[in-house]
Design a protein around this ligand. Structure first.
Ligand code: CTP
Ligand code: MG
Length: 235
């Protein structure tokens, strides 16, 4: 049962500030997307990586993949992405050849995920879970608020969920292929991850331990942290 990884990389990176599309921004001299591709291809189970490129950047992404050393045992496909992450993932799934029974979906914006986390997700899918997410306990207490209509205005707190039962969810998320395709065909409306679409089908998603280094590069400070993690790895 070969494993394919879909890497949505088509976002602009608005929260990171002006510059190239986020996935093409460099971390210690190498594009974030290349770090992310290497992180997934580091798993010996992953035999295909589908990169979902910025809509007008597929040619550039192809030449980046050609220009960087990547494992020979892994095949690569590049397809142009869409307006939302959800649409980009669907476009990646449309390009998936039929032999891949297990599919990972991994944010290009999580370039430093360790291979042990990738393999733990794959193993849980192979053990029979239709959908698997890597997840970590929270450091902060989380409050639900009534969102202000004016930015910066005080927001009434509505509830405080018990922190010990909450998890921050990362990628790669792993799926039985048929389940993920059905979720993307059936579920409409805004979602922020793929596993929530499987939840909406009424199936049970399971969480396995995530990793601190699988954090998402979202804001400028995250670039500082990512480069520090890379520098520490080279020691
Ligand atoms: N993504 C995508 N297609 C989109 C939007 C997002 O493939 N239309 C991808 C991003 O490239 C990223 C992942 O989804 O790898 C997670 O999204 P996020 O961290 O929100 O990245 P951006 O949408 O690029 O950032 P922002 O929301 O700050 O603009
Ligand atoms: Mg986004």
């Amino acid at each position: 049962n070969p494993v394919a990884a879909v890497i949505p990389a088509a976002g602009r990176g608005v929260r990171l500030g002006p510059g190239a599309p986020k996935a093409l921004r460099a971390l210690n001299g190498t594009p974030m997307l290349i770090h992310a591709v290497r992180a997934l291809a580091a798993s010996r189970h992953v035999s295909l990586v589908v990169v979902v490129a910025p809509p007008d950047g597929a040619a550039e992404v192809k030449s980046l993949l050609d220009a960087h050393a990547l494992p020979d045992r892994t095949d690569f496909l590049v397809v142009p992405g869409g307006e939302s992450r959800q649409e980009s993932v669907r476009l990646g799934l449309d390009a998936l050849p039929p032999q891949y029974g297990t599919v990972l979906v991994h944010d290009a914006a999580r370039p430093l995920v360790p291979v042990d986390t990738v393999d733990a997700v794959i193993e849980a899918v192979r053990d029979g879970a239709p959908a698997v997410v890597p997840a970590l306990p929270l450091a902060d207490t989380v409050k639900e608020v009534e969102p202000a209509t004016v930015a910066g205005a005080p927001e009434p707190v509505v509830a405080t969920p018990e922190r010990a039962r909450l998890r921050a969810v990362q990628t790669p998320q792993g799926f039985d292929r048929e389940t993920l395709l059905r979720a993307h065909e059936t579920v409409t409306g805004d979602v922020t991850d793929d596993a929530s679409m499987v939840e909406q089908l009424g199936l049970t998603v399971v969480a396995v331990p995530g990793h601190e280094e699988a954090f998402k590069v979202t804001r400028p400070l995250d670039l500082v942290l990512a480069e520090a993690v890379l520098a520490r790895r080279r020691l």
